[in-house]
Design a protein around this ligand. Structure first.
Ligand SMILES: CC(C)(COP(=O)(O)OP(=O)(O)OC[C@H]1O[C@@H](n2cnc3c(N)ncnc32)[C@H](O)[C@@H]1OP(=O)(O)O)[C@@H](O)C(=O)NCCC(=O)NCCS
Length: 169
């Protein structure tokens, strides 16, 4: 399937809110109560309208034949974690519309993210994933990532354990 990955612009905010909402409903239905997912979904459009400015240089949309099929965030990591330095890059997010799961788009998006990291002179990539999101963990393993032992709790109305994964790039 042929896809294009480009930086998101302010006009993409509605599509981005739609993609992440449908992706959360599909991926997290057994992990997060649906009322909490819906409460989060209700905040998405405002959030993307706020963060996707003309200066955006980290949030991408993945399109196919002009339709937005996924979103991705790639950037230098927040260095508040003391084992993270300038050699790292971070895949902040990767969400596809469920109609486009399992067609190789995630792998193509990952290759794009790894290339961004290399172009920025980084040598390792990290990402965080819910420990219960076993499908995504299998995907990241297939992309060469492994858990590195770091964990944190993410609260979305419910405490969820997240694990960090990383690989050399
Ligand atoms: C995770 C996600 C980005 C993967 O993208 P994708 O396009 O569906 O994955 P690909 O088709 O490139 O899969 C590549 C390989 O990863 C593995 N894989 C992908 N999804 C998997 C799943 N749900 N369960 C187990 N393995 C999986 C397989 O080994 C697959 O190879 P195969 O197709 O030859 O079996 C996508 O499914 C998605 O958006 N999921 C919901 C949101 C999500 O959980 N995002 C991650 C948040 S941290």
């Amino acid at each position: 399937m042929s896809i294009t990955i480009r930086l998101a612009c302010p006009e993409d905010a509605p599509d981005m809110a739609e993609i992440i909402s449908r992706s959360w409903e599909a991926a997290y239905q057994k992990i997060i109560p649906m009322d909490l997912i819906q409460a989060k979904n209700a905040t998405r459009l405002d959030l993307f309208r706020r963060i996707i400015t003309a200066e955006n240089d980290s949030q991408y949309v993945i399109t196919s034949n002009g339709t937005t099929v996924g979103i991705m965030g790639v950037a230098p990591p927040d260095k508040s974690e003391k084992d993270i330095d300038d050699s790292f890059y971070e895949l902040q997010s990767l969400y596809l519309h469920p109609a486009f799961f399992h067609r190789g788009i995630g792998t193509a998006a990952m290759n794009f993210a790894l290339e961004k990291g290399r172009a920025a002179g980084r040598s390792r990539m990290i990402l965080w994933v819910f420990a219960e999101n076993t499908g995504a963990i299998r995907f990241y393993e297939a992309c060469g990532f492994a858990p590195d032992g770091a964990e944190k709790i993410y609260n979305c109305g419910k405490d969820l354990r997240s694990i960090r994964m990383q690989r050399k790039i």
